[in-house]
Design a binder for this molecule. Sequence first.
Ligand SMILES: NC(=O)c1ccc[n+]([C@@H]2O[C@H](COP(=O)([O-])OP(=O)(O)OC[C@H]3O[C@@H](n4cnc5c(N)ncnc54)[C@H](O)[C@@H]3O)[C@@H](O)[C@H]2O)c1
Length: 261
Amino acid sequence: MMNRLAGRVAVLTGAARGIGAAIAARFVEEGARVVIGDTETAAGEATAAALGGPEKALFVATDISREADAEAVVARALSAFGRLDIMVQNAGIYPLTLIEDISVAEWDAVLGVNLRGTFLAAKAALKPMRAAGYGRMVFTSSITGPRVTSPGHGHYGASKAGINGFIRSAALEFAPYGITVNGVEPGNILTDGMKAGRSPQFIAGMEAAVPLGRLGTPREVADAVLFLASDDAGFITGTTVIVDGGQLLPESRLAREPDAA
Ligand SMILES: NC(=O)c1ccc[n+]([C@@H]2O[C@H](COP(=O)([O-])OP(=O)(O)OC[C@H]3O[C@@H](n4cnc5c(N)ncnc54)[C@H](O)[C@@H]3O)[C@@H](O)[C@H]2O)c1
């Protein structure tokens, strides 16, 4: 299908690479113009150029944990493309640190990007969306925190569970303005960020935990974000879509064995 986002303008944070870059590519394929907000300037500019350059995709250096940056990336979408229909807050950081070793600075950094960044993105997008009487907000949460966890995710899990709570509050408050607010909860998706922080053995263990037998791709998450950002999801608000290859289903580690029951 093509043109599901024809005429739409989207701000996509954390879209220089990984899942966010896949969302940007998927949105442009469907006719949207996008503004990529990311801390990584070289990668962000390269991603925007690969998507067709300034008429289709712009890069704005953005640290979404900072209020002025959140407002600036929205302002750029309005000045360049004249409207803002979709806000995707996808930027996230996920250092693996046991709670006993998490410093206050690291706690604040993770909560600052993942959770405060989501609040700031929503707040910045609200004004033009409310004036237009239309908006789609989609936030990248995770199964980690809201559903499951593993050692080292104390701050990350708290931030992602917080996003799910924020989604419900924002959905309720923004519904009168024609704005929907939803999220995606990816399971284990193979991205550069994921590979950088984890050993091949750890990643093999993650694959073994997925009933579909593999990690997900960024594009598979992007397809779910596209649905929630499109008019196909017009009556869906305040919820999340899990994109995890069935990872949450097994009752035991042996669930892929035929005689496990
Ligand atoms: N990869 C997975 O398995 C997985 C699973 C569940 C959830 N997620 C979530 O998906 C999102 C994307 O993850 P990914 O694996 O693509 O990560 P990634 O590290 O490959 O990409 C993240 C992007 O966010 C940018 N970023 C970081 N801090 C930022 C900030 N302060 N402001 C703006 N941009 C910033 C980075 O520069 C990068 O381009 C994150 O929110 C992550 O928590 C990922």
